[in-house]
Design a protein around this ligand. Structure first.
Ligand code: IFM
Length: 438
């Protein structure tokens, strides 16, 4: 169903999201090397071995991009700060150009009446820290706390909100168990440690930001609905395992101070010593929870060691990513978070679809994207009507960008980017949403 601002509670915020490595152009402004540069340079990891060296060149074109964001009628912009741009060695001496860049960006947002929503880490780990074991090394919590202090001492007085780490599941499982993202490991022990250290680092970062007097701090979790592939007990068990290590581990770790038994069944033997003692740090009080949601997975049992499951192709219409379109999952997750943390506001911090958009005659017609967004906003409205304290919705993404291991082919943007000329062209969905937000 179509919508306008009036269909949402007073003060409900609409925004768009991006991340540093995916848009900025990491070759610019003296940013340090990251584990994504090494991962992409390794044959077979990334489509056409593409990397974020130039990306959308947002580093130089940020003013044009913020103008487009303003033209969309957005209230808030969710961006991330690159650790390697701010601290090229990961620790030590900050890069003045990097700090200046985020300073200008935040001021540029405020000048345009947009709220800056910062995420500190969206996956570009400085290579020197990856060399020291990256997320497997417990010291990362100290390194990340120091990075938090450096960047937030500079921009923390002006950001509207901040969250430490985008999508802990991707940092932990996708990157260390499935090996699909940097550093490309496939090792259960590395996975267990990375998953725990991500949350420890989250907690330390929140502590640092509270110490700086910052408010409106949250955690951003990606969630995928786990649908049993058939009616059997075995499929239900497999889906429960998937749900435990994907959706529940991080959310419940932060909110309840415990990890689900179904996840510990496989990860428990590989956890670092005395991990239970870290919940005092991990469970820092938060001001909101962010849900990133795109799809569901159909889960069936599989032979082999834990987690002994596999994803099965599903019957629903799919996006360019091959992801099934399932708005009901967003309703379910908002409701789940609302039940687990009834006092905390919720934001949908990412939602959107990749589409094989083509620029024809200076325009991009993408009715599929608008339909996807409409359907998911319907789910949001239903959750609000049922009592969830949902305060805002961010579209992923403002513009087409580097879709990690899938390179530049998957287009998630409201704005088309020609990756040869870097020309930006707002798509039909951009114009339609701008009209509704007006
Ligand atoms: O592009 C990513 C983003 O970096 C994190 N969330 C999911 C998006 C689409 O895959």
């Amino acid at each position: 169903m179509t919508w306008t601002r009036k269909d949402f509670p007073e003060g409900f915020l609409f925004g768009a999201a991006t991340s540093a490595y995916q848009i900025e152009g990491h070759a610019f402004g003296k940013a340090g090397p990251t584990h994504w540069d090494s991962f992409a340079a390794t044959p077979g990891n990334v489509v056409r071995a593409e990397d974020g060296a130039r990306a959308c060149d947002h580093y130089h074109r940020w003013q044009e991009d913020l103008d487009l964001l303003q033209g969309l009628g957005a209230d808030v912009y969710r961006f991330s700060t690159s650790w390697a741009r701010v601290l090229p060695e990961g620790t030590g001496t900050p890069n003045a150009e990097g700090l200046d860049f985020y300073d200008r960006l935040v001021d540029g947002l405020l000048e345009r009446g947009l709220k800056p929503a910062a995420t500190l880490y969206h996956w570009e780990l400085p290579q020197p820290l990856a060399d020291r074991g990256g997320w497997r090394n417990r010291d990362i919590a100290d390194w990340f706390a120091d990075f938090t202090a450096v960047i937030m001492e500079r921009i923390g007085d002006r950001v509207w909100s901040a969250a430490p780490i985008n999508e802990p599941w991707c940092v932990g499982w996708l990157s260390h168990f499935l090996g699909h993202h940097a550093p490309g490991l496939r090792d259960i022990r590395a996975t267990a440690r990375a998953m725990h250290h991500v949350l420890l680092s989250h907690g330390r970062s929140i502590e640092v930001m509270r110490g700086l007097g910052m408010g409106n701090l949250g955690g951003v979790f990606n969630m995928e609905w786990a649908n049993p592939a058939d009616g059997s007990q075995e499929a239900a068990g497999a889906a429960a395992t998937y749900d435990a290590y994907y959706n529940r581990f991080f959310l419940e770790g932060v909110l309840t101070g415990a990890y689900p038994e179904e996840a510990l069944e496989g990860l428990g033997p590989h956890m670092p010593d005395n991990w239970q003692d870290d919940f005092a740090t991990i469970c820092q009080p938060l001001d909101w929870i962010g849900v990133n949601y795109y799809t569901r997975k159909n889960i069936a049992p599989a032979p082999g060691p834990w987690p002994a499951l596999q994803e099965i192709d599903g019957p629903l219409p799919k996006t360019q990513m091959g992801w099934e379109i399932f708005p009901e999952g967003l309703y379910q997750f908002i409701t789940r978070v609302s039940t687990l943390a009834p006092d905390l506001p919720i934001y949908v911090t990412e939602n959107g679809m990749a589409n094989p958009d083509v620029l024809t005659g200076g325009a991009v017609n993408d009715p599929e994207r608008l339909a996807y967004i409409d359907a998911h906003l319907d789910a949001c409205r239903r959750a609000i009507a049922d009592g969830a304290d949902l305060r805002g919705y961010f579209i992923w993404s403002l513009m087409d960008n580097y879709e990690w291991a899938l390179g530049y082919e998957k287009r998630f943007g409201l704005i088309h980017v020609d990756f040869e000329t870097l020309q930006r062209t707002p798509k039909a969905s951009y114009h339609a949403i701008a009209e509704r937000l007006r």
